[in-house]
Design a protein around this ligand. Structure first.
Ligand code: PLP
Ligand code: COI
Length: 339
């Protein structure tokens, strides 16, 4: 397990997987923890045609004292449930979801990196009924796989650059933006590829209706730190309700900061950056943790934030969050789930 020292993100997989089946009339059945092997899928499986698929992303951490913990896994169970409801898929009881995660972490515990790495867990569910009609499928497979990971971005914790997409939106009102479904990511790939072409790490999406309000990144939520210390983040609705986002809002308030969930336009962002009213901006998510945004590119130019450096608020929030996850800071909110 040499490669555990520098695993990158999502390239190495552990030895096992958990699967549970669901069928109309039979509900959840045949739960098993077994060797990680390819699926056999009928070519007519509904997921291959109409993308009935949802997933989650969470991590198991090895604490400084050697224990193994999950961070707020109940929140992932709850979000998985609401994603399932949105995609007309069966709801998995939250206890079953948590048991599946725990079983996989226990059997593959030697794969959890120590130090800065963690074990990324990917629970997902897809429709595998062989049927070409367009309606919710009557058969599904739930699965959890795991991957030892290090930093999501190649530059590690260094500030990232973002491209503000002028051509694409991620989600529309009434759409699936708040669900963690594969289709959202499929639709975002061209915008992310364009960001990479522009030399940026991530794409920023504006809202679909007016193309004016900042929503989120391809795989992360976004925060702005203003000169008076107020922290602003876009409201829920069409964005993914990030668990890191929700946790950072609590940690910022604990530290005495004012946090506002409010619509923030790209024009305002540019203006605030130009006039020195915006001090910092950062992206956050399970995979990315807290990533400072150093440079913003858009169709008409670019600007930098915090001189392209890591700002003090971003640094403090990142340290507090990682400290809780690694057990070096007190878990005042009872967020850790010990395995
Ligand atoms: N937004 C998108 C589109 C994401 O894919 C993610 C990652 O899961 C997030 C936000 C952050 O969510 P969380 O903090 O729950 O990982
Ligand atoms: C996560 O943070 O868990 C995600 O699913 C986002 C993706 C960029 C890996």
């Amino acid at each position: 397990m040499q490669r555990l020292e520098n695993p990158g993100f999502g390239r190495i997989f552990t030895d096992h997987m958990v699967t549970v089946s669901w069928e109309a009339g039979k509900s959840w059945h045949d739960a098993s923890v077994r060797e990680r092997t390819p699926f056999q899928l009928d070519p007519a499986s509904a997921v291959l045609h109409y993308a009935q698929e949802i997933f989650e992303g969470m991590k198991a951490y090895r604490t400084e004292k050697g224990g193994i913990v999950l961070f707020r896994p109940e929140e992932n169970a709850r979000r998985f449930r609401s994603s399932a409801e949105r995609m007309a898929m069966p709801v998995m009881p939250e206890e079953m979801f948590l048991t599946a995660i725990e079983e996989l972490v226990r059997i593959d515990r030697d794969w959890i990196p120590s130090g800065e790495g963690s074990l990324y867990l990917r629970p997902f569910m897809f429709a595998d009924e062989a049927f070409l009609g367009v309606r919710p499928a009557t058969r599904y497979t739930f699965c959890v796989i795991a991957s030892p990971v290090g930093a999501y971005f190649k530059g590690g914790a260094k500030p990232i650059s973002v491209w503000v997409s002028d051509a694409y939106s991620r989600a529309a009102p009434g759409g699936t933006g708040a669900a963690k479904c594969g289709g959202n990511y499929a639709a975002s790939l061209i915008a992310q590829a364009q960001a990479a072409e522009k030399g940026c790490d991530q794409v920023v999406f504006l809202d679909a209706a007016e193309h004016r309000w900042v929503e989120e990144l391809g795989g992360m939520n976004i925060f702005f730190v203003m000169e008076d210390g107020t922290i602003v983040t876009p409201p829920l609705g069409t964005i993914l309700p990030g668990i890191t986002r929700a946790s950072l809002m609590i940690l910022a308030r604990d530290a005495g900061m004012r946090v506002e969930e409010k619509a923030y336009s790209f024009d305002q962002w540019q203006d605030d950056a130009a006039r020195g009213r915006l001090r910092e901006a950062f992206a956050c998510g399970t995979a990315a943790v807290v990533a400072p945004i150093g440079n913003v590119r858009h169709a008409h130019g670019e600007f930098s934030i915090a001189g392209g450096e890591v700002g003090p608020v971003t640094r403090k929030l990142r340290e507090t969050l990682v400290g809780i996850q690694k057990g070096s800071q007190a878990d005042a909110h009872g967020w850790l789930h010990v395995i």
